[in-house]
Design a protein around this ligand. Structure first.
Ligand code: HXC
Ligand code: NAP
Length: 307
């Protein structure tokens, strides 16, 4: 069975990285090219990654940059993305532009995309990774709390996709990968807000794949399972999550790591996936098939009721 690639818990670059995909297709001579699979082809592509300053988004940015991409990482906190961009550029030698942008605000998204296009002259790949989440039962979730998560995850994904379509993808083609989840498949307890938001994004993936396919735009979702070293896992699983019985009972009997998610996103964004669109790639070690739904947690859950 394949071993997971090494990873680190913090929002730091990997101390060492062994390429599994070819790091740089252009280093091959034309003769070599004929006999070798063009596995990566990402050199000098530009990837725009929302939520790229932390967790899974940070690692996606790093792995893309280690395969020759330049990146734009965008989120609400300029400090967070600026700090991340410095680390990413230092570790990979590629360019990373940090931008302050709330995905819920179309004018801010338009300004950020303009700035990215001014800097790089193009954007080839969009990764919609920005999201918000917390545990809360539906019965005490405030109207605004539900709306807030849908605004960030679902409306935010539409806003950024729509702006990039209009400003670049419509005329040049492109690739979109939406980071979703598996919560919605079985209706995970305490997650009606995030599950509803991610289900809508998976639907959006299919709609956009249909409407924008003729413009040579591929649109896919990637649904991670429980991933170590992330804010999502800290909020949902707690610090002892990796030791919990629940995780051991999943088919691969462990949490996933950020590099494993980044590798799968790399596949979807690369020419290896040139005929893949409108799909949801679940990357969870089979966890959704066996994870128990948290009925006991639901019964004991205390949360502020704010209506
Ligand atoms: C209940 C809560 C709450 C909580 C906030 N709210 N936290 N309700 N339980 N723990 C309510 C507030 O009371 C408010 O409602 C409304 O939500 C909006 O809160 P704000 O703080 O004003 O919103 P905002 O500043 O926009 O922040 C958004 C946020 C925040 C989602 C609430 O936590 C955030 O910024 N998160 C980003 C980081 C994050 O969540 N990362 C994890 C992604 S993981 P009222 O009614 O009072 O106005 C992920 C994992 C998926 O998505 C699957 C994992 C397996
Ligand atoms: P994370 O580090 O908290 O990532 C979320 C990112 O979104 C942060 O960088 C945050 O930065 C940004 N963000 C939040 N609200 C925003 C807004 N309104 N506008 C712009 N950016 C915003 O959490 P993560 O666990 O790595 O999650 C990354 C993605 O994976 C999410 O889509 C999540 O749903 C998905 N996922 C995670 C897991 C898991 O196990 N961790 C499982 C399934 C799916 P700012 O605060 O600076 O804005």
């Amino acid at each position: 069975m394949a071993q997971p690639p090494p990873d680190v818990e913090e929002d730091d670059c990997l101390p060492a990285y062994r390429h599994l995909f070819c790091p740089d297709l252009l280093r091959l001579s034309s003769e070599q090219y004929l006999f070798q699979l063009p596995v990566s082809c990402l050199r000098d592509k530009v990837a725009f990654i929302t939520g790229g300053g932390s967790g899974i988004g940070f690692r996606i940015a790093e792995i893309f940059m280690r395969h020759g991409c330049h990146t734009v990482i965008a989120s609400r906190s300029l400090l967070r993305v600026s700090t991340a961009a410095e680390k990413l550029a230092a570790a990979t030698g590629r360019r990373c532009l940090p931008l302050c942008m709330d995905v819920r605000a179309p004018p801010a998204v338009m300004a950020a995309v303009d700035q990215a296009l001014q800097e790089f002259g193009k954007i080839d790949i969009l990764i919609n990774g920005a999201a918000g989440n917390f545990l809360c039962p539906a019965s005490t979730l405030s109207f605004n709390a539900f709306k807030t998560v849908l605004d960030i995850d679902t409306v935010g994904t539409f806003n950024v996709s729509r702006v990039l379509y209009e400003k670049f993808f419509r005329d040049h083609g492109g690739v979109i990968v939406n980071i979703t989840a598996t919560l919605q498949i079985r209706g995970q307890a305490l997650q009606v807000h995030a599950g509803s938001a991610k289900a809508a994004v998976d639907a959006m993936t299919r709609h956009l794949a249909v409407e924008w396919g003729p413009q040579n735009i591929r649109v896919n979702s990637l649904a991670p399972g429980p991933i170590s070293g992330t804010e999502g896992m800290r909020r949902l699983g707690g610090p002892q999550a990796s030791l919990s019985k629940k995780v051991l009972e999943s088919p691969l009997q462990r949490l996933g790591n950020k590099t494993e998610i980044a590798h799968s996103v790399l596949y979807l964004a690369s020419p290896l996936a040139s005929y893949v669109t409108g799909t949801v790639l679940v990357v969870d070690g089979g966890a959704w098939l066996t994870f128990p739904n948290d009925m006991s947690k639901l019964a004991g859950f205390e949360s502020p009721a704010k209506l």
